[in-house]
Write a protein that binds this ligand. Sequence first.
Ligand SMILES: *[C@@H]1O[C@H](CO)[C@@H](O)[C@H](O)[C@H]1NC(C)=O
Ligand SMILES: *[C@@H]1O[C@H](CO)[C@@H](O)[C@H](O)[C@H]1NC(C)=O
Ligand SMILES: *[C@@H]1O[C@H](CO)[C@@H](O)[C@H](O)[C@H]1NC(C)=O
Length: 387
Amino acid sequence: MRLATIPAFAWGFLFIESSLADPSACKLPAIADVDLSSGFGGDYDSAPSLGTMTGFMIFVDFIDAVASETTEALRDIFIPEGPDWFSTASFGKLDHQITADTSKFFRMPNDTESYGFTRGLTWEAHNRYIQDALEAYEEKCNTLKPVDILYVVATKNATAISFSPTFMGPVTTRSGVKVGKKAVTIGYDAYVKWFSKVLNHESGHAMGLADYYPFSGGETGMYVGGWSLMGYINGASPDYFAWDKWRLGWLQDEQVDCVSGAGKTTHTLSPMDTPEGNSQTKVVVIKKNETSALIAELRSSNGNNAGSCAKGVLLYTVATNVATGTGPVVVLDSSPDSIGCDGTPFGNAPLALDGSGASSYTSSEFGATIEVVEQDGEEFTIEVELI
Ligand SMILES: *[C@@H]1O[C@H](CO)[C@@H](O)[C@H](O)[C@H]1NC(C)=O
Ligand SMILES: *[C@@H]1O[C@H](CO)[C@@H](O)[C@H](O)[C@H]1NC(C)=O
Ligand SMILES: *[C@@H]1O[C@H](CO)[C@@H](O)[C@H](O)[C@H]1NC(C)=O
């Protein structure tokens, strides 16, 4: 945080100055019975988000979908791009080490339709798929060393393995030996829609992140537009939200301004998608109560957001009592009646001074007004007023 350019005495007269709380006061705790609650400290036997996250990748095909590509060609779709994305997103704090056994495609014992992907996959059916793959692998005298995430990659020909879900574990062989915390089974959608970023979405679940698109079947971008790949994998600005980066340990407490209580504060933000910045502040968390906060972060077109055309202060709410797939994070659109430079309604959600979006936003629910007051190169200064 940097103080405003207004002389200090003016503050005392004009406003009640709300003090910044210790960042830990803004670490809304995860709620145990809320599926993948977006708070801190959720207990999901998650894959580690700091240091090394280990992965093991095997390749499978089927009697009715014999592979005609090479295992190496499939591996190269995901590695190294997927791990590189994590390295960038985490500012070098997460090293995603995936070992791929490209020796062959292991043959699954049943046909593609029998696994039930196209009929609404159940936990049991998904477990059977993974255990069949492990058995096929072990039949060839292979043994698995336990990893954080097992990746089972299906041949492109297996169109009935239609999507790429995460199995939240524990991952065991049929005889009960634990081989992973989580498993990601890569299917056909990865080859026609998502490519390497499917790895970053699914492995996000392995680290405890929720889905930000609606399970109800509404528009994919209904809650968060293209502002996180946990919402829309192919969004224009797909980096994880700064809130999630803080939860994962990729942003430090010193980079977070925690605001609560009535009054006015001023904050200079540097972009959340760059490792450094003149201002160390990357995110402002406006805490409402123990389950809700309004967040401000600065989006730019750096790192994993290089394809983004929008730049500005993105606002969203987090609710830790809202389950995965039902809107735990909701982006606030500062210009709801127009579309952004990416052609989507949420594309110009951020606040800016250059006319690409509105310059201020008021949330009556949070009793908060956030206004951009200055833009200096890569940095934006905002004023937050809480009533
Ligand atoms: C697999 O796909 C290739 C083309 O991508 C096709 O030539 C081949 O017939 C397919 N095989 C099976 C068993 O589906
Ligand atoms: C899978 O294949 C085996 C062997 O052919 C068969 O006994 C079993 O019934 C099949 N299971 C399903 C669910 O199709
Ligand atoms: C916390 O704030 C949110 C957002 O306004 C609200 O929906 C929720 O009911 C509040 N919770 C409590 C316990 O007051």
